[in-house]
Design a protein around this ligand. Structure first.
Ligand SMILES: Nc1ncnc2c1ncn2[C@@H]1O[C@H](COP(=O)(O)OP(=O)(O)O)[C@@H](O)[C@H]1O
Ligand SMILES: [Mg+2]
Length: 289
């Protein structure tokens, strides 16, 4: 048994440990993904993090968009370091992590970490041990991913315990999300997805989009579990907040989009975490590429 095997065995959470709570040992690790770019993943991720923090959760956002890391920009922050510094050994995870609005913690990404999924075993082990320490202090970890279905996106989707797929009513968003779900379910046996419809005109439209994706998945991919987690309306206040480099949930808590994000955060908090062993502990394990 290699050192990695031993550690993996030790780290694999039991069903009990996988349950998230302020007193638990493992956070819920959720990947926010979409297939298509520009649908609102990064905005959703940070606002969801903020809303969860307001509900008393300890939240970390991992900016895993290795092409266009922009979580810091959305928050108006200019972190000195990013994950790249950690992997090169220049800084520790604690030094890289910054605290944003509402006390949410952020691990800033960088285009310099394109090869995150191809880290050496030692780097992965180092990251894991650093994360383990952090895990004790977290309830939820949200991973903001890039667009597309590249290796890194798949990697983070597999690293997480839960996946939230963001869709908009645009047909291209639907086909791209379907393509992503197809790859994850047929090649990697991921069967559970939560769906959030963003930029919807109404709940009715959002539910119609959800029905469409459910139908095609049912028809072509067999047994999958797709849950409707909620919808977020198209809201000009969100664009205004982005321009001010503030969170809409912070700057305009009464805006329609803010209210729906808070509703989704509540819904998420009250839902049961997925009790599987294929969860966060896969994080950065060498066999996942
Ligand atoms: N609910 C919404 N209402 C209005 N505009 C939105 C909404 N969600 C996203 N947008 C717009 O889409 C842009 C891209 O969002 P972003 O979160 O960066 O997408 P992604 O991370 O998926 O590429 C935002 O800057 C904003 O202009
Ligand atoms: Mg983004």
């Amino acid at each position: 048994m290699t050192q990695a095997d031993t550690l993996r065995k030790m780290m694999r959470p039991t069903a009990h440990q996988a349950v998230s709570s302020t007193h638990g040992t493992q956070p819920r690790v959720v990947c926010i993904t979409s297939g298509k770019g520009g649908v609102g993943k990064s905005n959703f991720t940070v606002n969801m993090a903020y809303a969860l923090a307001k509900l008393g959760k300890k939240v970390l956002v991992l900016d895993a968009d290795l092409n266009l890391a922009n979580v810091d920009v959305l928050l108006g922050m200019t972190p000195k370091f990013n994950l790249h510094h950690m992997f090169t050994g220049e800084k520790s995870l604690q030094e890289v992590m910054v605290t944003g609005p509402g006390g949410i913690r952020i691990l800033p990404g960088s285009s310099g970490i394109m090869e995150l999924a191809n880290l050496t075993e030692n780097q992965k082990l180092y990251f894991l041990s650093e994360m383990e320490e952090l895990n004790q202090q977290l309830d939820v970890m949200l991973i903001d991913t890039a667009a597309g279905i590249n290796e890194n996106v798949i990697y983070f989707n597999l690293a997480a315990q839960e996946r939230i797929v963001l869709l908009t009513p645009e047909p291209t968003s639907l086909t791209d999300a379907y393509a992503l779900i197809k790859v994850l379910s047929t090649r990697h046996d991921v069967k559970r997805f939560s769906i959030v419809v963003n930029q919807a005109e109404s709940e009715r439209e959002a539910l119609a989009v959800f029905r469409q994706i459910s139908l095609v998945c049912d028809q072509f991919l067999g047994t999958l579990s797709l849950d409707f987690l909620g919808h977020i309306p198209y809201d000009k206040k969100l664009i205004q907040a982005v321009r001010s480099q503030r969170l809409i949930t912070d700057l305009f808590p009464d805006a329609a989009a803010s209210q729906m994000i808070v509703k989704i955060a509540r819904q998420f908090s009250s839902s049961k975490p997925t009790l599987t062993t294929d969860g966060n502990i896969k994080f950065f394990w060498p066999q996942f590429s």
